[in-house]
Design a protein around this ligand. Structure first.
Ligand code: PEP
Ligand code: MN
Length: 297
């Protein structure tokens, strides 16, 4: 490992790869039912930005499950930049998510914005999502330490990887080491994409931490045409999975329609990823060392 990284991250002892926590066997595998995130599988989470109606979510759940997703995403509590924008269905949304799980067997990931909502959301969700705007909400992170569910921790819009791992450490110190890290694009001077996908974050995080790392190509790109190619990049760079926005009719979506895939586009993307997944499996076997530490220092 790069000695700079070792010095930089070793203080986060519960989430960093230090001391005895260096071998592949020491990686954290987050288990949700029979799904393993951070193991050998590439796990795809997919669904709408927001739960809008039972019909919308059910249709999407069936379509994404059919195309190979294992986990259904959908926000019931939405962090929005404008106070006038759709804020989510709240508890109604959670009930719809539960119905979709019963109908399809998909696990559920949904966002929690406040420590006051942790208990109720944990009753309905399999994975608790911390959004980019909440990465440094320490009261929320601490409450998630005792929620009994794995946490999907998104990187803050302007957060360094060190800050991301600090937040993961806060959750771990509070009692929950089941944390999945998510690179979802950061704010840079570039405006052609909604955010800048920091693809190097994946090998760096996998080198310095034992936590699973996934990519959100939808919020990184901001436009649906880039989502499949960024997903390919996620596979070949060694990510453990994806979280992708999919909507039955993106042009009518109440949030993030521009970056949401149609059912057909999602299925096509999943088919397209397969050869890259096979390639990545072969590469892992041929060069396990190199890939495990994310390349040479
Ligand atoms: C989302 O997943 O819909 C979302 C709001 O993501 P982020 O927190 O990454 O912006
Ligand atoms: Mn969204």
């Amino acid at each position: 490992m790069n000695p700079k990284w070792n010095g930089q991250f070793s203080c986060f002892d519960l989430v960093a790869r230090t001391g005895e926590k260096t071998g592949d066997a020491a990686r954290t595998i987050v288990k949700v039912g029979d799904i393993e995130i951070g193991g050998n599988d590439f796990v795809v989470m997919a669904g709408p930005c927001a739960v809008e109606s039972e019909n919308q979510l059910m249709q999407t759940a069936v379509a994404v499950a059919d195309a190979g997703a294992r986990i259904l995403r959908g926000g019931a509590y939405k962090p929005r930049s404008s106070p006038y924008a759709f804020q989510g269905l709240g508890i109604e949304g959670l009930k719809i998510l539960r119905k979709a799980r019963e109908a399809t067997g998909l696990a559920i990931v949904t966002e929690v914005m406040s420590e006051d909502d942790v208990e109720v959301i944990a009753e309905y969700a399999d994975i608790m999502q911390v959004g980019t705007r909440s990465m440094e909400n320490y009261a929320l992170l601490e409450a998630l330490g005792q929620c009994g569910r794995p946490v999907l921790l998104k990187r803050g819009l302007t957060a360094t990887l060190e800050e991301l791992l600090r937040s993961a450490q806060v959750i771990a110190v509070a009692g929950n080491s089941q944390v999945i890290l998510c690179e979802r694009g950061i704010r840079t001077f570039e405006t052609a994409t909604r955010n800048t996908l920091d693809i190097a974050a994946v090998p760096v995080l996998k080198a310095v931490s034992h936590l699973p790392v996934i990519i959100d190509p939808s919020h990184a790109a901001g436009v649906r045409s880039l989502v499949p190619v960024l997903s390919r990049a996620a596979v070949v760079v060694g990510a453990d999975g994806l979280i992708v926005e999919v909507h039955p009719c993106p042009e009518k979506a109440m949030s993030d329609g521009n970056q949401s895939l149609t059912f057909g586009e999602f299925r096509h993307m999943m088919d397209d990823l397969q050869p890259y997944l096979d390639l990545q499996q072969d590469a892992r076997q041929l060069r396990p060392q190199l890939l495990a530490v994310g390349g040479a220092d």
